[in-house]
Design a protein around this ligand. Structure first.
Ligand code: SAM
Length: 341
């Protein structure tokens, strides 16, 4: 597979490099803004779970323009991981589930509240879909928790949400705090992924609500929830962002997108500076990653070894590799599709 094949398969991945965005996710925020105008009159914004930083880039370019100084726009980006610097963006390396992170953000705004909080947070997926959906929901609730410390009355909150079976419960929880809640699917987010974004407008916490960081855990004891009807059942408003003129993120495009303009391969704009998988990549390059040893009972090869306990050495593991690859690769692709990061 050539270097350009991903450019061909994923038009937003390619456009992100051409336009200098650190990740294709930039288009998701841009398309959400096109639909909802979330950047209007915004001067203080928090980007939760920001690394590698394409949403912060969008915020910086859209809210600050080319301003070096003399702008009252403040952008604070938070992530567990380190992120390369960006103009006009204050970075905090921290965990959004911690009250100390909320306090650090508040001190960046010198006590003032934010107009907008965005969160594209995603935990590392396990591949167990129910568990992944649950953890994603927990991260969204953690983002909501920290947002209640930061957002001004009337402000906007945008957060990644998986449209799984908990979506109605999450919607109901968000609706307690915001006048309008819509689940939006930007065109750059693949249809094959259950990812969408909750766009919550008009922050208005319940009377007497005191922000706290206690995680409101989801209660999964509501198996018959979807059988409810009429006013008892919440139908989540869902909107597909934008008209049909934008590129379709599930389609494969030819490399020459514009007539008369030749395709040129570009490397990614900014590689992660300290990713958690760095050591694994280094070990793999040096061929030092440990190979598993299998203890197999009842192995039958062409009628031999039957009934014996065989310790398979790494040569046999290698010989068998093509089979395991055949089985594993689609699962890995499926994972990344579900998350669409
Ligand atoms: C899909 S990436 C965000 C991409 C980013 N919006 C962009 O455009 O470049 C998800 C991020 O969530 C971060 N994350 C997950 N859990 C977190 C937590 N508890 N606190 C802070 N960041 C977290 C991960 O470190 C990861 O960088």
């Amino acid at each position: 597979m050539g270097r350009s094949s991903k450019d061909k398969r994923d038009v937003y991945y390619r456009l992100a490099k051409e336009e200098g965005w650190r990740a294709r996710s930039a288009f998701k925020l841009l398309q959400i803004n096109e639909e909802f105008g979330i950047f209007k009159d915004v001067t203080k914004v928090v980007d939760l779970c920001a690394a590698p930083g394409s949403w912060s880039q969008v915020l910086s370019r859209k809210l600050r323009g080319n301003a070096d100084d003399g702008t009252d726009v403040k952008i604070v980006a938070v992530d567990l991981q380190a992120m390369a610097p960006l103009p006009g963006v204050t970075q905090i390396q921290g965990d959004i589930t911690k009250v100390s992170t909320a306090q650090e953000i508040i001190s960046c705004f010198e006590g003032e509240s934010a107009d907008l909080v965005v969160c594209d947070g995603a935990p590392d997926v396990t591949g167990l879909h129910d568990l992944d959906e649950y953890i994603q929901a927990q991260l969204l609730l953690a983002a909501l928790n920290i947002t209640t410390h930061l957002l001004k009355e009337g402000g906007t909150f945008v957060a990644k949400i998986f449209r799984g079976k908990d979506v109605t419960l999450l919607y109901s929880q968000l609706k307690l705090f915001f006048k309008n809640v819509t689940v939006a699917k930007p065109r750059s987010s693949r249809n094959s992924s259950i990812e969408a974004f909750a766009v919550c407008e008009g922050y208005h916490p319940p009377e007497g609500y005191v922000p706290n960081m206690m995680n409101p855990l989801l209660d999964l004891q509501y198996d018959n929830f979807n059988q409810l009807t009429g006013v008892n059942r919440v139908i989540v408003p869902f909107i597909a962002c934008g008209d049909l003129s934008a590129f379709d993120s599930d389609r494969t495009y030819p490399l020459q997108l514009n007539e008369g303009k030749d395709y040129v391969y570009l490397p990614p704009t900014q590689a992660p500076i300290d990713p958690p998988y760095k050591e694994a990549i280094m070990l793999k390059r040096q061929n030092k990653l440990a190979k598993p040893e299998f203890q197999v009972s009842q192995v039958t090869f062409s009628g031999q070894c039957s009934g014996s306990t065989e310790k398979l050495n790494s040569d046999i593991c290698d010989a068998d590799k093509s089979n395991s690859e055949k089985e594993e690769l689609p699962a890995v692709e499926k994972l990344s599709e579900r998350q669409d990061s």
